[in-house]
Design a protein around this ligand. Sequence first.
Ligand code: SUG
Length: 460
Amino acid sequence: MQTDQTLEFNFDGLVGPTHNYAGLAPGNLASQSNKARASSPRAAALQGLAKMDRLRALGVPQAVLPPQERPNVVLLRRLGFAGSDEVVLASALREAPHLLAAAGSSSSMWAANAATVCPSADAADGRVHFTPANLATSLHRTSETATTAAILQAVFDDPAYFVHHTPLPGMADFGDEGAANHTRFCSTFGEPAVQLFVYGRNDFAGLSRRPQRFPARQSRQACEAVARLHQLAPDRTLFALQHPDAIDAGVFHNDVIAVGHRDVLLCHETAFADQPQTLDALRCATSGRLRTAVAPANRISLGDAVSSYLFNSQIVTRPDGGNVLVAPAECEQHPVVAALIAEWVNDGILGGVEFVDVHQSMRNGGGPACLRLRVVLTPDEQRAVAPGVILDDHLSSRLAGWIERHYRDHLEPADLADPDLLCECREALDELTRILGLVNLYEFQGGDTKSLIPMSNQER
Ligand code: SUG
């Protein structure tokens, strides 16, 4: 039984009404291969909600983060398109469809990239620290940051418990993709933990081994800055370089090739550049309590790891203390991957497995773990969270009805210029803010996200 009342919540990004496949992410093979395919925003959002409900059924605390307003007309105006919203959208479609695509992405659904979050047990000042990710590698993702900061501020509002840092400078040297490259190891959630930050580029050190095909998104400088901001203990904070071959095989975030939770780490043999040293350092920092399972490359190729998204599974803790792997349904269809999972269950490193269908998100390179931001909260901190975002049966059925009412079943890239879609999106978000009890979150409601890159509570 879990006696510790400190719990890990999964905050999942609700899929937005413009979910589409625009091929916006180089190095993300699914995004590239599904470019221009028709999407179903409604199916995507319902699949995400069904995953959250599966976790709740396992006894895992679950909450939601609202999507962002898209198409992002404010961004298009900033890029020089003028006139009414309708004219801005039509001109962007005609003159720069790639900018319309960036402005139309529902990419904030991948909440693992929203921010890096460190629990109060790990920070010297005893508060929960948030740094919104700058997502500096791409336009569609970096334009999430200001609204993400505003949303996190609204949900975790009490400065007695929560510290919100300013996103790092938006440049490649400080490229920061948030929690997708950050893992916390512990025995119980409430104890001080070991934190692992994984990066793919180290611009000030001149790495000898760099990926050749695809960009490395996360920088070492960003990891170090976040660790400093979050007041982490240096002897419990590790930094590891991603294997460049992994990045070149489509591992654009570490959570595509490794997953850790409490005292368990599952990873591919080619996850880290200096894998034996990295695993030794982790075992040492966790006083030998870490249990690892490494998938050998001669059994599962990097290609299989990426196409099945095995390591983008979530590992969650049930109330009885046992863990469960929440894996993409694609893993069940993959005989070698399915056999490996069964071995991990037989060996006892996993207490069980659940397969979930998130294939609408998977087609953009977003598996179960991409869709959630883990936030460890003590009982007092739990009470300080905006109550309307915590998922229960009532909220889940309201959200299902809301999705059915507002979301299209079919969307093609050119539909992003349809002014009706913008209206539908605003109507949907307006209703959602009432459902979640969050007011004036979006610019169309009078919220001002431009000024909402928050000052750190310490800096105020
Ligand atoms: O940043 N895909 C996202 C997927 C993010 C997955 N997150 C984690 N691994 N944690 C990305 O590459 C594709 C959008 C498009 O092509 O339409 C995209 O942005």
